[in-house]
Design a protein around this ligand. Structure first.
Ligand SMILES: Cc1ncc(COP(=O)(O)O)c(C=O)c1O
Length: 457
């Protein structure tokens, strides 16, 4: 390419022509550089990133200690294949990870590359260990886009639509999220939990018998389904039902794990022990690494050779993951999550209560740490069932996607989520007070612009 050709090269247009249309895309920006909470495009546009690449670069883009560790590993060994021998960096990473496990029984690992692969590994393990075929998932769950994980995903039909037949043996039960029950945020948690556990018991009597059910798989914080933390009582209820029926409890903390909710894993908050814990995303801050962890007794029920993979637990990704844990300690990341979480919740709740046109559109602010969901409604929140009915009748175009577009105009990346009208805030866990304050101002301006537009409809 000549210099002139390079200058006139339109990477977005080329990408559009040569990358599958199957990838939906929020923007046509071409990302070239990332540093901390900012990402810069090939046209020199600097964007404040409140998505962290969907909860991946939790320590910010290109954290120097993580990038340096990966670079060093590149000069040592990049591919230490796990079906041929032990990968030293991986073994060292396990030593580092053991102390952060939410339960001491979780001591045996299997590493893979993506979140979906790790979910598949958990399902394989559950089926092999229990010799039972079926998996129960939650309504609204997101576990990935591969064939097996698309069948486990119940957040939107798009991931499986037209791609069948998907994996069989999957049954869905309701999650204690008010929008799934035509209720309102004021609905009592106790009532939602009781109803959800009742539905699960019915599922085990009417759809998949305990003797056929290998595992209950859930995201302890429903992600793509609406950013809804599971109440501790619900997690305890699941544990009890699993124990009574010899069913495994699998927690997918691909998005909620690694400090995102203020603790290393969200299940720590309830103290509930998962039989299998799934992790990915933030674990290596942008390098592809995922995995599952369970007790040795459970893990060793799989036959040698049944697990593995060409890149399983790649050495460079493992070196990055070791650096991630070092940064958590050295830079007191969880302290920042607590402080910034307070700042963000304070701001959003104040806006909600402000009585302004913008504030009146906010129905619910929820989440933990820096995994924060905000749900909109055009009518007062007491009208839960009317809101849901109007939305399904498509009488109420969603507000969240409009706000996302307004934020984009102001050079901030923010994501909507779920079939309900929800925005998700996933800033870097190391975002500064000033950066978050800028983000809040941009969000407020954007919502005000949308509120103004709506008031004229
Ligand atoms: C909870 C959860 N599980 C699984 C996945 C799938 O991970 P991946 O996209 O790395 O396959 C995701 C991705 O967003 C997720 O949020």
């Amino acid at each position: 390419m000549t210099t002139q050709e390079k200058e006139s090269f339109d990477a977005a247009a080329f990408g559009e022509a040569h990358i599958t249309k199957g990838i939906g895309r929020l923007t046509k920006h071409v990302f070239e550089e990332g540093k901390g909470s900012y990402i810069t495009t090939d046209k020199g546009v600097k964007l404040l990133d409140l998505t962290s690449g969907i909860g991946v670069v939790n320590l910010g883009h290109c954290h120097p200690k993580v990038s340096e560790a990966a670079a060093k590993q590149c000069m040592k060994i990049t591919h230490a294949q796990v079906n041929i021998g032990f990968n030293k960096t991986q073994v060292e990473l396990i030593q580092d990870m053991l102390p952060i496990m939410p339960h001491k029984s979780l001591d045996t690992f299997f590493f893979w590359n993506s979140g979906a692969e790790a979910v598949e590994a958990a399902v394989k393990l559950a089926r092999a260990a229990t010799k039972k075929p079926n998996i129960i998932v939650m309504q609204g769950s997101y576990h990935g886009r591969t064939n097996a994980t698309a069948s486990l995903t119940r957040s939107k039909t798009i991931y499986g639509e037209g791609h069948g037949p998907l994996m069989s043996g999957v049954f869905a039960t309701a999650f204690p999220y008010y929008s799934q029950w035509c209720a309102t945020p004021e609905n009592s948690t106790e009532e939602l939990v009781t109803e959800a556990l009742h539905q699960l018991k019915l599922t085990l009597q009417q759809q998949t018998a305990p003797s056929d059910t290998a595992a209950i798989l859930l995201e302890p914080v429903l992600g793509e389904g609406g950013y809804v933390p599971a109440p501790p009582e619900f997690l305890h209820g699941l544990r009890r039902i699993c124990d009574e029926n010899n069913i495994l409890l699998i927690c997918d903390e691909v998005q909620s794990g690694y400090g995102r909710t203020g603790t290393m894993f969200f299940v720590e908050e309830s103290g509930v022990r998962p039989d299998v814990l799934i992790f990915a995303k933030g674990v290596a801050n942008g390098f592809p690494l995922s995995g599952i962890v369970a007790s040795k007794e459970l893990m060793d029920k799989q036959k040698p050779g049944s697990m593995g993979g060409t890149y399983a637990g790649n050495a460079v990704a493992c070196a990055a993951a070791r650096a991630v844990l070092q940064v958590f300690k050295e830079e007191k990341v969880l302290d920042n999550v607590a402080a910034r979480s307070k700042q963000l919740f304070g701001f959003l709740n104040e806006l909600k209560a402000s009585g302004t046109k913008a504030g009146n559109l906010i129905e619910d602010v929820r989440g933990r740490g820096l995994m924060v969901g905000l749900q909109f409604a055009r009518t007062p929140s007491k009208a839960g069932s009317q809101n849901a009915a109007a939305m399904f009748a498509k009488q109420q175009p969603q507000i969240a996607p409009k706000v996302v577009q307004e934020c984009l105009k102001r050079n901030m990346l923010l994501l909507s989520t779920s079939v309900f009208d929800v925005l998700r805030f996933i800033p870097a866990l190391k975002i500064s007070e000033e950066e978050l304050s800028t983000a809040c101002s941009i969000f407020k301006e954007s919502l005000e612009a949308v509120a103004e537009e709506i008031s004229k409809e």
